[in-house]
Design a protein around this ligand. Structure first.
Ligand SMILES: [Zn+2]
Ligand SMILES: [Zn+2]
Ligand SMILES: [Zn+2]
Length: 356
């Protein structure tokens, strides 16, 4: 279908995917080609067998049943066929009865979520890993709420100048030629660090970041909070749970600069303690650059529509698998799959078994 409306059906049930089609992990083009058709077979695959979460996700776009005998879906039918008489409290965005299961959720979506999730206890883990397509409100306070949101370009605008400035500082101080490695242990055998080493030290920093990205995502963000601990559940939700509950909330995809600067400051301190002054700074600035690339890429993997067959297309499918199927078991690498290999959390490409 055209740019705009995109309706599909699954047997007799109609879905309006106009708002979702760009985000489809299997590619926008693939889904658009199926507009107006029955997707029930395509959901089974090949190329991809859709997860239970993906099917639950589809139900959010339900707009109504098809009338008997009506074979073809009109390309822009709109939501005329929708049955709204289900007495749901939510005024808008609630076209069909199945969506009401979403409304009768374990939490009250009309109220801020942050102080509710802790009460979910044992149910929290399952709840948080069932993604929904709706924005999250965390706080009562409008000020706190706006501080908890960040547009993707803010991360770039805040940190890119820092990367450029610190790169210049590192390079010019290396150029003075008095930086030596191991000079605190031995004066004779210390190694001079030439200014032309800077790009390599910078790349080393980026490489170390990719490891850190993996470790933080797997062991901090995906640490399972004890069901009885209200505060740890709340903290988990604040750090990463919210992103799994609402993976396409565009204002909550990147890390807000204020809390980020605390974490970044901590790692800066660690590097300064471990390495001679300029070297520590050079590794740090490479790592910071890696972080900025990671955050931009993570945003793109959720919101971009990469062409089939490209590197980013594969990476997007890989990351969406982390969100919909393997939330706890794998695909922890976001800007690269590299570290999933040694840590054995790589989710292999789908080898499709035909059902008999
Ligand atoms: Zn409803
Ligand atoms: Zn994500
Ligand atoms: Zn995650």
């Amino acid at each position: 279908c055209a740019r705009g409306a995109c309706l599909v059906r699954c047997r007799r049930r109609l879905y309006d995917l106009s708002g979702f089609v760009r985000l489809h992990p299997g590619g926008e083009q693939l889904l658009r080609r199926r507009a107006g058709t029955d997707v029930s077979a395509a959901l089974e695959g090949p190329p991809h067998r859709h997860s239970a979460n993906a099917r639950r996700w589809l139900e959010q776009y339900y707009v109504g049943e098809m009338e008997p005998g009506e074979e073809q879906v009109p390309p822009a039918r709109g939501i005329a066929g929708c049955s709204r008489g289900h007495g749901c409290a939510e005024p808008a965005g609630c076209p069909g009865a199945p969506l009401c299961r979403v409304h009768r959720d374990l939490v009250d979506w009309q109220k801020p979520l942050l102080w509710q999730v802790g009460y979910l206890g044992e149910k929290y883990d399952e709840w948080v890993h069932q993604p929904v397509d709706r924005p999250i409100r965390l706080f009562h306070s409008d000020i706190l709420e706006s501080l908890s949101k960040t547009a993707w370009y803010v991360v770039f605008m805040v940190w890119a100048p820092v990367v450029l400035y610190l790169s210049w500082v590192s390079y010019t101080s290396l150029a003075q030629g008095n930086t030596r490695l191991f000079s605190s242990f031995t004066a004779e055998y210390s190694i001079p660090v030439h200014k032309y080493y800077f790009p390599f030290i910078f790349l080393l920093g980026m490489f170390l970041w990719s490891l850190l990205e993996y470790l933080i995502h797997r062991f901090v963000f995906h640490m399972k909070p004890p069901a009885s601990n209200y505060y740890l559940i709340t903290l988990h939700f604040l750090l990463h749970g919210q992103h799994h509950k609402s993976p396409f909330d565009s204002s909550r995809l990147v890390f807000p600069p204020v809390p980020a600067s605390l974490v970044i400051g901590f790692f800066y301190g660690v590097l300064r303690l471990l390495l001679p002054e300029v070297l520590g700074l050079s590794v740090f600035v490479g790592g910071l650059c890696g972080y900025v690339i990671y955050d931009m890429m993570h945003y793109y993997l959720h919101y971009g529509s990469p062409k089939k067959g490209t590197y980013l297309y594969g990476l997007k499918a890989y990351h969406i698998k982390h969100h919909f199927e393997h939330q706890k078991s794998g695909s922890f690498g976001i800007s690269t799959r590299f570290w999933d290999h040694p840590f054995q959390t790589l989710i292999p490409e789908e080898t499709f078994k035909k059902e008999d």
